[in-house]
Design a protein around this ligand. Structure first.
Ligand SMILES: Cc1ncc(COP(=O)(O)OP(=O)(O)O)c(N)n1
Ligand SMILES: Cc1nc(C(=O)O)sc1CCOP(=O)(O)O
Ligand SMILES: [Mg+2]
Length: 209
């Protein structure tokens, strides 16, 4: 897969009254290189419509587009890939359905991370690094020490997620994360592009040292 550094996931509850596509385009102008549509409403026609619009937007800007949870929607809109959790369709089954599209897997323990790698995941999510209120059914924070362990043991790309803010991202990067994912800190910002640029500046700064 095309490598990435800053991964933005949609979270419409954080920008009431603002258009989804406008918000995500601001994130793209700020430098995000991968976007995931995450919509837990269960309203599949509405999710399909959003997926189509985000596919068009991301294609226009050359940004990777991932759909969370719904393989059928990812296939229908020709997304670049899907993101699946531990309770979703197993990776081996998903691979049969999506072929060489990107498959990202959420992991919360080293056994899950190594299994996803062995089974052919293209990247893994590692989290939640910090407490987060964005995901209701989330496990306890895995901590930055766990990020360090993953950085030392996992060879495929991993992205740190969960409670990541501009104020705490330095410790995540210091622990070895070179890819960062955020929902509320990005899409809930009053300056979405500026927030993204600040995340990237921090990744750049640590990359130089
Ligand atoms: C990049 C990334 N990492 C983790 C998740 C969480 O996925 P999942 O565990 O399936 O939970 P939901 O997002 O479906 O609530 C993610 N979406 N993206
Ligand atoms: C969707 C999601 N998955 C997580 C995981 O650990 O797998 S944490 C999370 C929520 C991330 O949102 P925020 O950046 O607002 O904390
Ligand atoms: Mg899921």
């Amino acid at each position: 897969m095309k490598d990435f550094r800053l991964y933005a996931i949609t979270g419409e509850e954080f920008h009431p009254g603002r258009d989804l596509i406008e918000v995500m385009e601001e994130a793209i102008y700020g430098g995000v290189d991968i976007i995931q549509l995450r919509d837990k409403s269960g309203d599949k026609p509405a999710i399909l419509e959003k997926a189509r619009a985000l596919r068009e937007l991301t294609r226009k800007h050359g940004v990777t587009f991932i759909v969370n949870d719904y393989i059928d929607i990812a296939m229908e809109v020709d997304a670049d890939g899907i993101h699946l959790g531990q309770g979703d369709v197993p990776l081996v089954e998903a691979r049969k359905l999506v072929g060489d599209k990107i498959i990202g897997i959420s992991t919360h323990a080293i056994e899950e991370a190594l299994l996803a790698e062995a089974q052919g995941a293209d990247y893994i999510g590692v989290g939640p690094v910090f407490p987060t209120k964005t995901k209701v059914d989330v496990v306890d924070p895995v901590t930055v020490d766990y990020v360090r362990e993953v950085a030392g043991k996992v060879k495929i790309p991993f992205v740190a997620i969960g409670g990541i803010k501009l104020r705490n991202v330095d410790e995540v990067i210091a622990a070895g994360a070179t890819r960062i994912c955020a929902i509320s800190e990005i899409v809930g910002s009053s300056d979405i592009s500026g927030t993204c640029r600040s995340f990237l500046d921090k990744l750049d700064k640590w990359g130089e040292s």
